[in-house]
Design a protein around this ligand. Structure first.
Ligand code: GLU
Length: 318
């Protein structure tokens, strides 16, 4: 009797252990709360968490510093997945630019999401009408760890300039920059971000400001020389103060992970998104025109994670 009870107890323990093992927490790195990455992560988690009873995954998507911070957190094993600009996915995987000497071989692509134009918003009273007009002005170049900050450095470099050519280069986070523009603490803000988004909306609704074009030979060079950059247009009428289309260049937001993350985990996350794709697309206006066939190719330079590939093959997309 005693033996039997012990066996039953042991069996219960084993069953308990099995359940605990099946429950797995995953973390997705996003960006500032007024950006679109935060919505990407929150939306993916919402869809994943609807299926926790079946697959055991519990997903959270905290606010972070952005692209570079997310890639570094995945590399360190602090996060499982994250959103990152296509230019920084490329450089992290290849060990170039900001990631020189810091190659992340295990970086894996999952899918791309919305386009992110490099967006400059200037106060109407600043006299800034082009990117070149920013030199000598007060500019929020973005927080360290953000994609826009790193891409800003690339743009400046391509023009033979540096952040020291601004009279002030502040490092405010996206959630702080609209207020800084409104309070006349800076003349312009820079954000590589999907449209429409809360940060730019806030900036142009609290003060007289407009989106400024980012064009010219240096930009043409960047776009011609690098597959992860493309010309981009911010539609006129989307934001108060900007009635005409504005030309700039941009990248893609991409969803990335590490080859250390198990195949079944990535498979379940990808399945949650694409099995519920119509629902996903309704979670933010920047997702409205997403197309599956583009998302599994565009802006991806690291190899696809096998869990993603498995799902895409099952769907007959590859
Ligand atoms: N592109 C930005 C970054 O890489 C984030 C934009 C967003 O949060 O939507 O940091």
């Amino acid at each position: 009797m005693k033996t039997l009870r012990t066996a039953a107890f042991a069996a219960a323990l084993v069953a308990g252990a099995a359940t605990a093992q099946e429950e797995r927490f995953i973390t997705i790195g996003t960006g500032g709360q007024t950006g679109v990455y935060f919505v990407v992560g929150q939306s993916i988690c919402r869809l994943v968490n609807r299926g926790t009873a079946e697959h055991g995954l519990k997903c959270t998507a905290p606010s972070t510093g952005g692209s570079i911070a997310n890639i570094n957190a995945i590399k360190a094993g602090d996060m499982d997945m994250g959103v990152a600009q296509s230019d920084w996915q490329y450089h992290a995987y290849n060990g170039t630019s900001e990631f020189e000497g810091d190659k992340f071989d295990k970086l894996r692509a999952v899918f791309s999401v919305h386009g992110e134009p490099f967006t400059v918003v200037a106060r109407a009273d600043s006299g800034v009408n082009t990117f070149e007009d920013l030199f000598g002005k007060r500019v929020n170049v973005g927080n360290p760890g953000s994609g826009q900050r790193a891409t800003m450095d690339v743009v400046l470099n391509s023009m033979g300039k540096a952040a020291s050519d601004f009279s002030l280069a502040s490092e405010l986070k996206p959630a702080e920059q609209a207020a800084a523009l409104g309070d006349n603490k800076v003349d312009a803000i820079v954000y590589t971000v999907g449209h429409p988004n809360g940060s730019i909306q806030e900036a142009v609704s609290t003060t007289d400001a407009k989106i400024v074009p980012v064009t010219g030979d240096a930009i043409d060079g960047l776009v011609n020389d690098n597959p992860f950059y493309a010309k981009a247009t911010i539609p006129g009428g989307m934001y108060k103060g900007t009635d005409d289309d504005v030309e700039t260049f941009g990248v893609k937001a991409t969803f990335v992970t590490s080859s250390d993350v198990p195949e079944d985990v990535v498979y379940q996350v990808v399945k949650a998104v694409f099995d519920n794709f119509d629902r996903f697309k309704k979670l933010h206006p920047a997702f409205e025109n997403l197309k599956e066939e583009e998302m599994i190719m565009d802006g991806l330079s690291a190899p696809l994670h096998p869990g993603a590939e498995k799902y895409y093959k099952e769907r007959g997309w590859m």
